[in-house]
Design a protein around this ligand. Structure first.
Ligand SMILES: NC(=O)c1ccc[n+]([C@@H]2O[C@H](COP(=O)([O-])OP(=O)(O)OC[C@H]3O[C@@H](n4cnc5c(N)ncnc54)[C@H](O)[C@@H]3O)[C@@H](O)[C@H]2O)c1
Length: 475
């Protein structure tokens, strides 16, 4: 093994292990999975179906080609060539210790060994290991293939190496400064969960009412600004100090039950379960997962337009992914390749016509950059405007469908550029075509003008390599 291998071993393929499998595979890594449950391939297959439909839809460029999934018959077989090993077995220290011993008996000395544990500290996880610093906490959130954050706890050098790999698989590592039980997120979530159990127990609110208070209320704020930034604003112009001055005393009032936990009696469990059935029982768990995934994709894509929080991370990833696309010198120029995001579909259940405009505009942007009319050229006051488009919609496409666009040149002469975009399904069927007429413009006068000499030269090369004829046979 070496740090260069893009092979991950996932030990335990349940809810979380399955999510890690999808996260690595869709980032182009090969994955070896070991799970003794004979149902594991089916369960992981279902998680992968969800992930393939939703994760690529977060990005506006193509993800790397999917890696290869292998079902290993032992931990030894799974870990021997892996550079990242992710333990995701049940939350019991004895099972985890046994698993780490088996992993470390067969993995490379420098392999990274992350644990998905929700609560154990690295010192507890590695207490029986001779190579303790290789084992660290890499605590993800469900669904691992969509939620980017991973809490890292452990040896500083190991965490630096782990962060690099998590960046590569488009996640957001956060290093926790000191080990504590349950890291950071589960500390916060336990506090909220404890209060929620009391509120149901004491008949203050039902499960649905509590969920509504979160999803119509502070949950919206949390998703984009978290806790401290939200409270800073709540302090008004005087900011955080004023907020603490105003609400600080309430912390000592009996607003919370603090460490008291309601007894999870049969009666309370039945009450919560029946309220939850009434609230959500009309959906299967798989259907709820799909609803959750669609909502997460739509929310993160909305944050992308604001370049904020999880959306800013996606924009950064788009740039990285774009720069990794190999230069495009084949017979036909591929200008877009991506998946239809869920928020591009409409009441007819297919991609909305307005989004075709966006696809073909993205294809034209590719061409404009390709001929050298880049950010600096535009800053210098020269650019292209679209003067006319004509789109033919030939086949439907739906959320999660992969498609690509090939662009040919109908005319490239002085300030005039006419393109033919063909949008095709992953198996090559034409979905739509668009002819687009663009004019080179001076951004100061807002009038058309000839491009600079180097652009004209590139345009000539573009035309000679990628000229096509339109339906009337005009080139
Ligand atoms: N479920 C969550 O929301 C969540 C979130 C973050 C972290 N975690 C943590 O992730 C870990 C896994 O939790 P989960 O929810 O995926 O549990 P799970 O019960 O869904 O999956 C555990 C899997 O481990 C397999 N397994 C059992 N013994 C094994 C062994 N010896 N070797 C290999 N596989 C074995 C089981 O067959 C099962 O498929 C736990 O440490 C948990 O605390 C869970």
């Amino acid at each position: 093994m070496s740090n260069q291998t893009k092979i991950a071993a996932i030990i335990g393929g349940g809810v979380i292990g399955g999510g890690w499998v999808a996260r690595f595979l869709l980032a182009g890594w090969d994955v070896n999975l070991f799970d003794p449950d004979p149902e594991a391939p089916r369960k992981v297959g279902e998680v992968l179906d969800h992930a393939r439909r939703s994760l690529p839809a977060l990005y506006d460029v193509k993800l790397p080609d999917e890696g290869q999934l292998t079902f290993a018959s032992s931990i030894k077989e799974a870990v021997s060539d892996a550079s990242w090993i992710q333990e995701s077995v049940p939350e019991r220290l004895d099972i985890k210790h046994w698993t780490f011993a088996e992993i470390q008996a067969h993995c490379a000395q420098d392999a990274l060994i992350g644990s998905s544990t929700s609560g154990f500290k690295p010192s507890e996880l590695s207490s029986e290991s001779e190579n303790k610093s290789a084992i660290f906490v890499a605590h993800p959130f469900n669904p691992v293939y969509l939620v980017p954050v991973v809490e890292l706890v452990g040896d500083a050098d190991t965490l630096d190496r782990a962060s690099d790999i998590l960046d590569q698989i488009l996640m957001k590592p956060i290093k926790v400064k000191k080990e504590i039980d349950a890291h950071v997120a589960d500390r916060l979530l336990e506090a909220v969960w404890r209060e929620a159990l009391w509120l149901v127990n004491d008949d203050i609110a039902t499960t649905e009412e509590i969920d509504d208070i979160i999803r119509y209320g502070f949950g919206l704020r949390w998703a984009q600004m978290g806790l401290f930034e939200t409270y800073r604003i709540a302090g008004g112009e005087a900011g955080m100090a004023h907020f603490i001055e105003q609400f600080g005393p309430c912390l000592k009032w009996p607003w919370t039950k603090l460490m008291d936990v309601p007894d999870l009696t049969d009666e309370l469990v039945d009450k919560i379960a029946s309220q939850s059935d009434k609230q959500s029982g009309k959906h299967s768990i798989r259907a709820l997962e799909q609803i959750r995934d669609n909502n997460l994709v739509a929310m993160m894509r909305a944050l992308k337009t604001q370049n904020w929080g999880a959306g800013a991370l996606l924009n950064y990833a788009d740039k990285q992914l774009k720069s990794a696309i190999p230069s495009n010198a084949g017979e036909q120029l591929e200008t877009v390749r991506r998946v239809v995001p869920v928020d591009w579909t409409d009441y007819n259940g297919h991609m909305n016509e307005g989004r075709y405009g966006q696809v073909f505009s993205d294809a034209a942007d590719f061409i404009i950059e390709f001929i050298g009319a880049d950010e600096d050229y535009i800053k210098s006051g020269l650019s292209y405007f679209t003067a006319e488009t004509n789109t033919n919609f030939l086949q439907e496409c739906h959320a999660g469908d992969e498609f690509y666009v090939q662009t040919g040149v109908l005319l490239a002469e002085g300030k005039k550029l006419k393109l033919l975009h063909e949008m095709k399904s992953a198996d090559g069927e034409t979905l739509a075509t668009c002819t687009q007429f663009l004019l080179h413009v001076d951004l100061n006068t807002r009038k058309s003008c000839p491009p600079e000499a180097h652009i004209l030269k590139n345009l000539e090369a573009l035309r000679s390599n990628y000229a096509v004829a339109d339906e009337q046979g005009e080139a």
